[in-house]
Design a protein around this ligand. Structure first.
Ligand code: NAD
Length: 365
């Protein structure tokens, strides 16, 4: 990680030694994801503890601090230098870049929630700030920490299916999430609709499993606002097997199968994608009987969202301690942002049930 302007070349920001003690964490943004996922997970971590809770709404920070036994609260992340080693940034999407860059400049390592930012130049500026500060920048894409995600990656990469012919992904989830604010409903604070929100998780999995994207066609239902439904025709560069094409359908207006299907020359694979412990089904070509089961580590049982958040924070803390890259580094958050930006650039209107206007005399069905 190169040194930067503003600091002597090669010099690192002053940081507290973290080898023999727990990483002192701030959580910036005390809304739903902090309350439901991050704080319960931190309390289960061996290598990290919550030291300061920050929210623009002082009452929200105080409430969560009381619930989780955190000693300090603040209303401004700029007051964190010297008080913590690292921070989880869980504010509205449009603030991810500014808050992260400010923290990195203070020498605070950052795990930023998904989506990494709302534009690619913002992602670039975040990566540059991390390099300049020699700090860890991790992106919160906890689906990568599910056991099934790793198993699917290995099955695909080890060539179990033979050459992959095509894939199909369907994700439809009607939100029932107790947001503290309305940021997700406004373009200027969310940055995008369902693609930038739910889509980030599953597109990240797809690229992690198959390889980087090469081309995309995109349709959604946004007509000046935020999209609720979208479809991608995606081509991925799939390692030794060349380009593989498939479709991705994402919705927040209706439930879908929440699954991904890969058709290969030798076998097909079907897996759930919105469940931390889904069934995986393997069908050998030209055979009638399916092999169905769940991903398990030796002696382990099924994992939950909570376990994935714990793993994500433990990995972040280890990356800080060992001065290594986190499991999901900034450039991989940027890769998804680049795909999302390409989708929005190439946007076409999705065919909507009401967009076919019957001609005069034709019955309306
Ligand atoms: N990884 C996941 O599975 C997952 C799940 C849900 C949300 N998220 C992400 O987490 C982020 C937050 O989502 P949420 O559901 O908690 O939203 P939310 O609306 O419930 O909470 C946002 C919080 O940020 C606070 N805030 C706003 N501006 C601030 C500032 N300048 N400084 C400090 N605090 C500020 C608000 O007061 C609020 O408490 C979003 O980026 C979202 O995409 C990730």
């Amino acid at each position: 990680m190169p040194a930067t302007a503003g600091r002597a070349p090669g010099a690192e920001p002053e940081r507290m030694e973290t080898n023999d003690r727990k990483l002192r964490l701030a959580v910036v943004g005390c809304g739903a994801v902090a309350a439901i996922h991050h704080l319960p997970a931190i309390s289960l971590c061996r290598s990290a503890e919550a030291a300061v809770l920050v929210d623009a709404d002082a009452g929200r920070a105080r409430d969560l601090a009381a619930r989780f036994g955190v000693a300090e609260t603040a209303t401004d992340h700029r007051s964190l230098a010297g008080r913590v080693d690292a921070a989880i940034v869980a504010v509205p999407n449009s603030l991810h870049a500014a808050v992260t860059i400010e923290l990195l400049r203070q020498g605070v390592h950052v795990l930023v929630e998904k989506p990494m930012a709302v534009t690619v130049p913002e992602c670039d500026a975040m990566i540059a700030a991390a390099e300049a500060a020699r700090a860890v920048l991790a992106v919160g894409l906890e689906f990568r920490f599910f056991d099934f995600s790793l198993l699917v990656r290995n099955l695909l990469r080890d060539g179990l299916l033979g050459k992959i012919r095509r894939f199909e992904m369907h994700l439809g989830v009607i939100p029932r999430w107790p947001f503290a604010t309305d940021f997700l409903l406004r373009k200027e604070t969310a940055g995008g609709g369902v693609l930038a929100d739910l889509g980030v998780h599953v597109l990240d999995l797809l690229l992690w499993w198959l390889g980087d994207w090469a081309d995309v066609e995109y349709r959604d239902d946004a007509q000046g606002g935020l999209e609720s439904d979208c479809e991608l025709l995606l081509a991925c560069r799939s390692g030794e097997t060349g380009t593989v094409r498939g479709t991705v359908e994402i919705s927040r207006t209706h439930n879908l199968s929440n699954s991904c299907f890969f058709e290969g020359e030798r076998a097909s694979l079907e897996v759930g994608i919105w469940d931390p412990d889904p069934e995986i089904r393997l069908l050998l070509a030209d055979r009638e009987v399916v092999l169905a089961g769940r991903a398990r580590r030796p002696g382990g049982s099924g994992i939950s969202f909570r376990d994935a958040f714990v793993r994500q924070i433990e990995d972040f803390a280890a990356a800080v301690r060992e001065r290594r890259e986190p499991f999901v580094p900034g450039r991989e958050g940027r890769r998804i942002q680049a795909l999302i930006a390409a989708c929005y650039d190439r946007r076409q209107l999705l065919e909507l049930p009401w967009s076919v206007i019957p001609t005069c005399g034709e019955p309306v069905s």
